[in-house]
Design a binder for this molecule. Structure first.
Ligand SMILES: [Zn+2]
Length: 492
């Protein structure tokens, strides 16, 4: 990324960036927030519409119950308190793709407040990022500025998205670097995906992020003036945009200027932000309670009922996988980044003799091959039973790790499950102890220096002899038998 004005590290170090995020998340409900229209990405323009989401006079909104339940689930998953009685308000502004002339949102009484996320800071330590509020609102339609023969002179409007249920999640200005922004968003997305309330697909706009960025001198008491970087469509770009914006603002101040409160757009091709419009103040929206919707009451009983659908969240699952299956922190972390991967592991781990073996085969051998052919776990040729069989055979020493790799290669090139390939190819395995002993003797005779090291107390050298015999046997020596015999021979 091009630096702004080549600011020196000394100058950058004088300033403290302060960042807060507003994240809009579309909810995966069947219908829209206030009408019965299909809530679905895409479709022929203006086909998922009705008088209510078109904002025709006299049409009345009716709140979608599923949207409320999803909002509560999302809020609880990020540690928020639920407000028993929340109020919908009109946020008034004109936008061509918002035909009512206002957006139904929540203002001073949102459905949830006071949450938090824990993210790693620069040193890797846990840092708590406050979440001010989570409120419900509706999405606007879309202005289509290109893709038509007369796009040079006209803009088209598609109102299919109009009225899609959203939650907006507003963080406290607790973030201090572009990396923390990246970590926060990654964590937030991971949690929301676990709850199943959104697909968080950034390319289709189901998760969108605006970043409020300001800088101040490190000993300053007050935050600087903030600029808002809007609608960046990947976490990587948001990190780059925030990084750029921090340096731009420091450059402005160092040049004796002042930062202007405004909205800015990120141009990824150029690696910089551009001024879009000066930012209106919140009171310009003339919020007032939506007269067509009664207060939303989510009582204790309903909350309890909703929360039965709240799954174990990634953080808790990570800790449990470590303690329950004896996995390393790293393996437990990788297995929980994706709920489906974690579920697949746990189902296999319950059937297999060694959960650790399952984790290692799944995370290295299977994941690597899935990545190489660019398919998802759901399309893997190796089924759950196949993984269990592979793990059990490897654990029992009936196939070597080299043989396992060959069998899995065949599974992926032929698109067959592990059980089929294994019973067809049943790798030759030498378990005859006298044959293995002979090979060990040969290896010991050929490597006196390593024998001396072993005798001198460096017992890890045993692995060297195991490797030599494996090579000599073309990977066919039974590893369990081999390991045992090598130690026995060396100790003799
Ligand atoms: Zn509608």
């Amino acid at each position: 990324m091009p630096a702004v004005a080549g600011l020196s590290p000394e100058i950058l170090a004088k300033y403290q960036p302060v960042i807060g995020l507003e994240v809009h998340v579309q909810l995966l409900t069947h219908s829209k927030a206030f009408c019965g229209c299909r809530n679905e990405y895409g479709g022929e323009p203006n086909t998922h519409t009705c008088p209510t989401c078109l904002g025709l006079p006299g049409a009345l909104p009716v709140l979608n119950k599923q949207a409320v339940e999803y909002a509560v689930l999302a809020a609880k998953a990020i540690g928020c308190e639920i407000r028993e009685t929340s109020i919908f308000s009109r946020k008034n502004y004109f936008y061509p793709d918002s035909p009512k002339g206002y957006q139904i949102s929540q203002f001073d009484k949102p459905i949830a407040e006071h949450g938090f996320l824990i993210v790693p800071d620069a040193s890797g330590a846990d840092k708590r990022i406050g979440i001010t509020r989570l409120h419900m609102e509706e999405d606007a339609g879309k202005s289509l500025h290109d893709g038509f023969p007369d796009s040079a002179s006209r803009t088209y409007i598609d109102l299919n998205r109009c009225g899609t249920p959203l939650v907006e999640i507003v963080s406290e200005p607790d973030l201090r670097s572009a990396d923390e922004v990246f970590e926060y968003l990654t964590k937030l997305k991971e949690i929301l995906l676990y709850t199943g309330v959104s697909d968080c697909n950034m390319e289709e706009g189901s998760l969108r992020c605006d970043a409020n960025v300001s800088v101040m001198l490190k000993d300053a008491k007050e935050f600087g003036t903030k600029a808002e970087v809007k609608n960046v469509n990947s976490f990587r770009y948001i990190r780059a945009a925030v990084e750029y914006e921090i340096e731009r603002q420091i450059g402005v101040i160092e040049d004796g200027g002042r930062v202007v409160q405004e909205s800015r757009l990120w141009n990824n091709a150029e690696g910089r932000t551009y001024s879009m419009r000066s930012k209106e103040q919140a009171h310009d929206y003339r919020y007032f309670p939506e007269p067509d919707l009664p207060p939303l009451v989510v009582g204790a009983e309903w909350q309890k009922q909703i929360l039965t659908a709240l799954p174990e969240l990634p953080e808790a699952r990570r800790a449990r996988l470590s303690s329950e299956y004896g996995l390393s922190a790293q393996d437990a972390a990788t297995l929980t980044t994706d709920r489906a991967l974690g579920d697949f592991f746990e189902q296999a781990a319950k059937l297999a003799k060694s959960p650790k073996r399952v984790a290692s085969i799944l995370l290295s051998e299977i994941t690597m091959r899935l990545r190489a052919v660019e398919i998802e776990l759901g399309q893997s040729p190796v089924s759950l039973d196949g993984l269990v069989l592979a793990a059990d055979l490897t654990e029992a020493g009936e196939i070597s790790s080299k043989q396992l790799k060959q069998l899995l290669d065949s599974c992926f090139t032929e698109g067959r499950d592990f059980a089929f390939i294994y019973s067809r190819d049943k790798p030759q395995q030498i378990s005859d102890t006298s044959a293995i002993e002979a090979m060990i003797d040969a290896a010991i005779a050929a490597n006196p220096a390593q024998v001396a090291q072993f005798k001198g107390g460096k017992r890890t050298v045993a692995a060297f002899f195991v490797g030599q015999v494996m090579k000599a046997s073309k990977g066919q020596a039974n590893p369990a038998v081999l390991n045992e015999l090598v130690i026995k021979k060396l100790d003799a």
